[in-house]
Design a protein around this ligand. Structure first.
Ligand code: UDX
Length: 454
């Protein structure tokens, strides 16, 4: 078992630290925020993530996991230091490496024994070479230090599960010593390990994320065409999914991908290509499609309604996906300002995202409209003129078509996640628009149902 230090307690660092402790390593998580460290010692997770607090409490109680702001003592004693700090996107699309550099320098100035530094954060190809050089430049003691790449593939909401049951572990090393050490660290996980060079490991992370983003944008592109030609994207996806070369997953059309990875990593790879005088046309296309997709529903609704001014608009779901309170690049962030600008009276519901959303859009007046946050879906729907669904939370999926008809003033629903069966919505008397599927239109006046391609 190894003595592992983890720098950074965000999604990547904290989850990795907890999982390393869970398989038996001795782990200390380092963060600069005292308050956060105190909370974590009490078993409170700074991030909303299923299963995390339980494992934090268990491993802390059993003495395998600790938290500290004292990086000096921690790095000095560690066999391995994993870096899991953020690499946020900068205005030009490149990754900000300031936090990585800070940790690298701290490591160089404190380590007193041979140490493997493992970068888990997503970094542009070639960064690990630079980190190694940087550490060597600032190294105070005469010890052996090497940098390895070990990119992270967890998805928010299922982070612990994804780490303990990862499809693969990628390790990028430049020496047998580093490779063997990482292999041993991951041995107790009993997962397939792919050992490659450092640069290839860095690229695998971007190539994987961008491929998934591309897959989603491709389905969204096809979905938009389906609407025009009268096909149904869900049937199309189902038909495609039987081909193992295509696969079943990530074929869901919707209002575009969000989150902390796909938007950032697509732009970062495009930037890297540009720096090397290459244009990555496929990734560029994925980014372009995604940009338009985010406001697709708003545009559809704008064509249907004369104005949003003074209309009660129910918004169901604010986070970029279910299972997280993260709002990064969430479609709600693009659509709500448009609705407010048009004078909408928004009633927004989300099971966990409201507190974060309030920080961006405080309750009350906004633009020409207003926003109010409600605790129940019914409250949002009651008397509403139109409803937008932005996140497929289970609570939202559980609302039956009949309830929209019952609670809303006009049962007009724009669903960005294709939650409902069109026939059931139509039978319940809901005018229902989704992505890449026919619209279920209910004409009250003639009390008959027509299906159009809107
Ligand atoms: C993603 C990757 O899955 C993960 O491997 C990587 O480490 C980080 O980025 P995450 O951003 O947490 O994880 O969520 P994910 O479930 O992949 O969804 C990303 C976005 O794509 C969400 O906005 C989701 O709604 C959207 N999506 C996903 C679709 O629109 N359609 C799909 O079929 C799948």
């Amino acid at each position: 078992m190894y003595k592992i230090a983890v720098a950074g307690t965000g999604y990547v660092g904290l989850v990795a630290g907890v999982c390393f402790a869970e398989v038996g390593h001795q782990v200390t998580c380092v963060d600069i925020d005292e308050k956060k460290v105190e909370l974590m010692k009490k078993g409170i997770s700074p991030i909303y993530e299923a299963d995390l607090e339980g494992l934090m409490q268990k491993n802390y109680a059993e003495g395998r996991l600790n938290y500290t702001t004292d990086y000096k003592t921690t790095y000095k004693e560690a066999d391995t230091i994993f870096i899991g700090v953020g690499t946020p996107e900068q205005a030009d699309g490149s990754a900000n490496l300031t936090y990585i550099a800070t940790v690298a320098r701290q490591i160089a100035e404190t380590i007193e024994r041979n140490c493997l530094v493992v970068v888990k954060s997503t970094v542009p190809v070639g960064t690990n070479d630079k980190v190694e050089q940087f550490i060597k430049d600032f190294l105070v003691n005469d010890v052996k230090v090497e940098v390895a790449s070990n990119p992270e593939f967890l998805a928010q909401g299922t982070a612990v599960y994804d780490t303990l049951h990862a499809a693969r572990v990628i390790i990028g090393t430049e020496s047998k010593w580093a490779e063997e050490m990482l292999m041993k660290i991951y041995e107790p996980f009993n997962l397939p390990i792919v050992s490659v060079s450092r640069r290839s490991a860095e690229m695998i992370k971007y190539a994987s994320n961008d491929f998934l983003a591309l897959k989603i944008s491709y389905m969204n592109d096809i979905a938009n065409l389906c609407e025009l030609v009268g096909a149904d994207i869900q049937d199309v996806a189902r038909g495609m999914s039987y081909d193992e070369r295509i696969g079943r997953k990530f074929l869901n059309a919707g209002i575009g991908y969000g989150g902390s990875c796909f938007p950032k990593d697509t732009k970062a790879l495009e930037y890297l290509a540009k720096q090397n005088s290459y244009e990555l046309r496929t990734v560029k296309a994925a980014v372009d499609v995604n940009k338009d997709q985010k406001t697709m529903l708003y545009k559809k609704a704008s064509r249907r309604l004369i104005t949003f001014n003074d209309l009660k608009v129910a918004v169901l779901g604010l986070t970029f996906k279910p299972g997280t309170d993260d709002l990064r690049e969430a479609p709600s962030l693009e659509n709500i300002p448009l609705l407010l600008k048009q004078g909408a009276k928004i009633y927004a519901y989300d099971p966990v995202g409201i507190d974060n959303f309030k920080k961006r859009f405080p309750e009350g007046k906004g633009g020409q409209g207003t926003i109010k946050y409600v605790d129940s879906i019914e409250e949002a729907l009651k008397g509403a003129n139109v409803c937008f669904i932005f996140t497929e939370w289970n609570e939202i999926k559980a609302i039956t078509p009949k309830k929209y008809k019952k609670f809303m003033r006009t049962p007009l629903v724009y669903d960005g996640r294709n939650i409902y069966n069109i026939k059931e919505m139509r039978e319940a008397g809901v005018e229902y628009y989704s992505i890449g599927r026919p619209c279920a239109k209910f004409y009250k006046a003639v009390s008959k149902v027509t299906v159009t391609n809107n």
